[in-house]
Design a protein around this ligand. Structure first.
Ligand SMILES: Nc1ncnc2c1ncn2[C@@H]1O[C@H](COP(=O)(O)OP(=O)(O)OP(=O)(O)O)[C@@H](O)[C@H]1O
Ligand SMILES: [Mg+2]
Length: 438
């Protein structure tokens, strides 16, 4: 990908995160005695005005749209629509501001109108981002020459330009970090605080104590200690080769351990066979998805239920999977191999859920996916947690994983070196410099 498209994509990621946050705030509106957090809403609208409208959009129009229009007629209608949406944004945002103002004075009067205006704006923003990424970018890549790209990339890289240089980007980041800190939950994702406190009191489902494991003479795990409580979403973040996959394999029982203990629902399973662990309800979605390519989506799901004999309930669960992952319903007859990477990841997760696991182990579900698909996968993981599933998520993408995790651990060369709530680790200086690139 060219640097310019990379920059736009990373801005899209921040924008998408804002829509997730707005959506969360929208859902929480209307509780009888809780006024909306006007400051947080205000910061988000500031971000949209100052950066999306004044920096991101003009840059797209002046460079990317312009270049594509100069070369081809193919994207003309689509680009015209993007431009109309850009042009409409200031007025919509101003209206949201005044609605919010009025709402603060007469709460809860006006909640429904504000909610539906927000909903419309969120959906426009998401649709716009998705179409740019899935239709405009591929067109630009196909049509534009190396010379065009050089020009666009160097204009993007021109750090002296006040409208999109380093200064603007620094302001961008600082405003985003104020938003993140103002949000009740790291990125506004996930459950409300009371619900989380309740989960903290749940019994421990998986407990890993001082675990070590070797590949021949290489020690891959050296004293890993982790607790996962019933209903919790626990993340383990760490760099390449830190031992994340090895730990998951040790929990599943396919990797020998050389010391320490693994317990599940109070039972010592350190030396139990993998198939027995599956029967207890531990299910791993391996790295790199591994769906059965030639089989249909539906047959893949059915295979996930192979240990079960309750036919009626299996059909019900299948329906539930289609509710959770609507795209799978649309494609239920297609061969799994024809799905996109993100869709295969969803299928792999759904297939694992068909076994009704008590604990779902996910190994880097975002690996190799485009930014927007990553967001979609993480939304799916949030919804798993909302459905009460217990999830242990292993990720290199620390930002995303910590944003949604109830608790999280950091693993470095086979050792758990830090732990805390996802929110705590997200603002931890050590984590920020080593894993978040800030
Ligand atoms: N089959 C193997 N034989 C020997 N060493 C291995 C084997 N698999 C992993 N290792 C080593 O064990 C350590 C941990 O690897 P592991 O795959 O668990 O890391 P990871 O955190 O999952 O990394 P990644 O993010 O790349 O998936 C690494 O040093 C790796 O080189
Ligand atoms: Mg791995």
């Amino acid at each position: 990908m060219t640097e310019a498209l990379q920059t736009i994509s990373s801005e899209h990621r921040s924008m998408w995160q804002l829509t997730v946050m707005l959506e969360e705030l929208r859902k929480q509106l209307g509780k009888p005695d809780e006024k909306p957090d006007a400051e947080l809403f205000g910061l988000i609208l500031d971000y949209i005005e100052h950066y999306i409208e004044r920096v991101h959009q003009p840059k797209e129009e002046a460079l990317l749209y312009r270049a594509v229009l100069d070369r081809t007629d193919e994207g003309r209608e689509m680009i015209a629509e993007f431009q109309r949406e850009h042009a409409a944004s200031p007025e919509i945002v101003a209206r949201l501001r005044s609605q919010l103002n009025a709402l603060m004075h007469h709460y809860p009067e006006g909640v429904a109108e504000f909610q539906s205006a927000l909903e419309a704006y969120i959906s426009m923003m998401r649709n716009h981002i998705m179409r740019e990424e899935s239709e405009l970018f591929p067109l630009a890549r196909r049509i534009l020459s190396d010379v065009d790209w050089d020009e666009i990339n160097s204009a993007f890289a021109d750090s002296a330009d006040p409208s999109f240089g380093e200064t603007a980007r620094a302001e961008f980041r600082s405003l985003m970090s104020r938003i993140v800190n103002q949000a009740p939950d790291p990125i506004g994702f996930g459950l409300v605080t009371e619900a989380k406190a309740a989960i903290e009191a749940n019994p421990v489902l998986l407990s890993v104590k001082d675990l070590s494991s070797h590949y021949g003479r290489i020690q891959a795990l050296r004293g890993v200690t982790i607790d996962v409580r019933q209903g919790q979403l626990v993340a383990l973040v760490g760099a390449n080769g830190a031992g994340k996959t090895t730990l998951l394999r040790a929990i599943s029982g396919v990797q020998k351990v050389s010391g320490g203990k693994v317990s599940f629902a109070g039972q010592d399973i350190t030396h139990m066979r993998p198939d027995q662990r599956v029967r207890l309800g531990i299910c791993q979605v391996p790295e790199g998805r591994q769906v059965f390519g030639p089989l249909s989506v539906e047959d893949n799901l059915r295979l996930g239920a192979y240990t079960r004999c309750d036919k009626g309930a299996i059909a019900d669960d299948m329906e539930q999977m289609y509710v959770m992952f609507p795209i799978l319903k649309q494609k239920f007859r297609q061969a799994a191999g024809t799905l996109s990477g993100g869709q295969q990841q969803m299928l792999a997760m759904a297939r694992a859920l068909m076994g009704r696991p008590k604990l779902l182990l996910l190994d880097e579900p975002s690996m190799g996916l485009a930014p927007l698909l990553i967001q979609e996968i993480f939304n799916a993981i949030i919804s798993l947690r909302e459905h009460g599933k217990t999830v242990f998520l292993v990720e290199q993408n620390a930002q995303a994983a910590l944003s949604i995790a109830d608790r999280a651990y950091v693993i470095e060369t086979g050792e758990t070196v830090l732990s805390g709530t996802g929110a705590e680790l997200l603002v931890n200086e050590q984590v920020k410099s080593a894993y978040l690139g800030i």
